[in-house]
Design a protein around this ligand. Structure first.
Ligand code: ATP
Ligand code: MG
Length: 573
């Protein structure tokens, strides 16, 4: 029995592709839908790929189908085994499983070659000796038809002989190609005798030097889908015209199965670029520290930043699948991880820009333990102990020498609540030669243990703190968006890299963190109260020196109270 979902698992109505899949299941056309995610292993996956992964694997999960992972590896000069491995890791991490359905287009090279010979036999493909430039010139334009190649009318026998020689390595790279013989005056340029095989001596990461001719994308893709009996071949809108060629190849070869290609709008996000080619430039030209730099919108960058698989799946579900190109606000992605971590991240205290506080009326030889909740809205998260002593650190920005009336934190003579601790009042402060505040002197009220006063006295502000003697040192990286314009790709005059935000990374050393953080699992997330969500960097942290990446700020708390550390304000739309 196959199920028939009316809605996606989170109760959204079905998108147009799921409606088609559902209809095909109901009519019995495709009882078991088979989809595929077909990355080219020429870079790391990015958030745009996540949309396609969630769609293809999501459909297979929801409709009891199958989803294949197929590497589209027909361009050996740009592809690498390392990319294959990273893609597998990312798809799994996102929560999807291809089971036994792992394929490589390169596994079909023999079959593809035979299909090419069949096209030649049918008089539907020919070997062309024009140079790449000439091919371009002969192709025509959107307003002018193309011109037939002088080699177009070679006989099938001659073509077969030349093609076999191409395969045998008789000709230099780029000297000849195999072209489909379709229509040089077609309004669709893609149908003007597209190239389907080229000569290229380049060692392939799987087939080595077995081949010196390689099939082109359009020829490979439809036939790979057909060989795997894909039912719904889902791709992004820029492949709309390619569908004509997709169908032409399968129709001309009269294949037993003919998958249906359906296009949907790709994901575009503000303040980032999405193409692997551009991401590779950022890596190679050292604008970022590798593919998994926490500012990169790659899956590995998001993982290192502290995004959860669920937050990315939720984001993809929320933006949905449509036919119209759009630019999604980065804030929607940030909100998805904020919502997820709000549910799952334990609360801790960390002081990013420490200022020493001395509680003069607290004995120097004493310390005590206070009880803190790990998640104020979720008692099931339990509690932990915090050490309190005479010297503490608070956030430098929680003190002002001459605060305005509405500043509900510390200033001379002002009283504030220490989270889970006592009320303290600032009695004086010390400065250095430059006038910079170096320490505060405070008194505490022993009657306010745990954060409330017996006499009902109210204080408006609550601040976070750590005990100076017990705190651990750590480093914290704050990130802003990598580009300082909404649409870095949209600038026709300047290279996208001219829009890189020079202040996208701020490293804070000497942060003082509560001791419980010494035992945090690398890669896991916590909320630093009032500061945002942070992830313990699994690559940079060393024993005794944790490095935290800020995943995202607590936007809601920005609205209620000024957060101590904020990223630079972003340009408005
Ligand atoms: P890029 O342009 O970033 O290099 P690509 O399309 O060349 O990406 P592929 O490895 O060929 O990368 O893509 C694998 C699949 O992911 C394709 O089906 C493609 O349509 C899909 N995909 C790529 N980018 C996006 C995006 N921004 N939104 C949705 N799907 C995408
Ligand atoms: Mg591509």
């Amino acid at each position: 029995m196959t199920s028939e979902p009316q809605n996606t698992p989170d109760q959204r109505p079905l998108d147009f592709i799921r409606q088609i899949v559902k209809q095909d299941q109901r009519t019995g056309k495709h009882l078991v839908p088979i989809t595929r995610f077909p990355p080219e292993p020429n870079g790391f996956l990015h958030i745009g790929h996540a949309k396609s992964i969630c769609l293809n694997f999501g459909i297979s999960n929801e409709f009891n189908g199958t989803c294949h992972l197929r590497f589209d590896d027909t361009n050996p000069s740009k592809e690498e085994e390392a990319y294959v491995e990273s893609i597998k890791t990312d798809v799994k991490w996102l929560g999807f499983d291809w089971g036994e359905h792992l394929y490589f287009a390169s596994d079909y090279f023999d079959k593809l070659y035979n299909f090419a010979e069949q096209l030649i036999d049918k008089g539907k493909a020919y070997v062309c000796d024009l140079t790449p430039d000439q091919i371009r010139q002969y192709r025509g334009t959107l307003t002018e038809p193309g011109t037939d190649s002088p080699y177009r009318n070679r006989t099938a026998a001659e073509n077969l002989e030349l093609f076999r020689k191409m395969k045998a390595g008789a000709f230099p790279d780029g000297s000849r190609v195999l072209r489909a013989k379709i229509d040089m005056s077609s309004p669709a340029i893609i149908m003007r005798d597209p190239v389907i095989y080229r000569i290229l001596r380049s060692t392939h990461h799987r087939t080595g030097d077995t081949w010196c001719i390689y099939p082109m994308y359009d020829f490979t893709h439809c036939l790979s889908d057909m060989l795997e009996k894909i039912t719904h071949s889902l791709c992004t809108l820029e492949f709309q015209d390619n569908r004509m060629l997709y169908d032409w190849v399968l129709d001309t070869l009269e294949t037993p199965c003919h998958p249906r290609q359906i296009e949907f709008a790709r994901l575009n996000l503000t303040y980032t670029v999405m193409s692997k080619r551009k991401l590779l430039q950022l890596v190679n030209e050292k604008y970022v520290d590798g593919w998994d730099d926490p500012r990169m919108l790659t899956i590995s960058g998001l993982r290192r930043r502290g995004y959860t698989p669920r937050s990315i799946r939720n984001f993809c579900a929320q933006i949905g699948i449509g036919k119209k190109e759009s630019l999604i606000d980065m804030g929607i992605l940030e909100n998805a991880v904020r919502e997820d971590l709000n549910e799952t991240a334990a609360r801790v205290m960390g002081v990013l820009d420490p200022l020493k506080v001395i509680i003069d009326n607290y004995p120097a030889d004493r310390s005590e333990t206070l009880t803190a909740q790990n998640h104020p809205q979720k008692p099931e998260f339990g509690t932990r102990e915090l050490l309190f002593s005479r010297e503490l650190y608070i956030e430098r920005s929680d003190f002002m020498e001459d605060p305005p009336r509405k500043f509900f934190r510390l200033g001379p003579g002002r009283e504030v609540r220490l989270r889970y601790g006592y009320y303290i009042t600032c009695t004086s402060y010390e400065t250095d030669d430059t006038g910079r505040v170096t320490a505060l002197h405070c008194s505490y009220d022993p009657e306010t243990r745990g954060g409330s006063s017996a006499d009902g006295r109210k204080v408006k502000g609550t601040i976070h703190w750590v005990s100076a003697a017990h705190a651990i040192d750590g480093e914290v990286c704050l990130y802003d968006r990598l580009f300082d314009v909404e649409h870095p790709d949209g600038d026709r005059e300047n290279d996208f890299k001219t829009h890189i935000n020079p202040d996208s990374k701020q490293v804070l050393t000497g942060c003082k963190l509560e001791p419980s953080l010494a035992h945090l699992e690398p890669g896991s997330q916590v909320q630093f109260e009032r500061q945002g969500y942070f992830c313990l960097d699994a690559t940079l942290s060393t024993p005794g020196r944790p490095v935290f990446n800020r995943v995202v700020t607590l936007r809601d708390s920005w609205e209620k109270q000024a957060a101590p550390v904020q990223t630079k304000s972003l340009k408005q739309k």
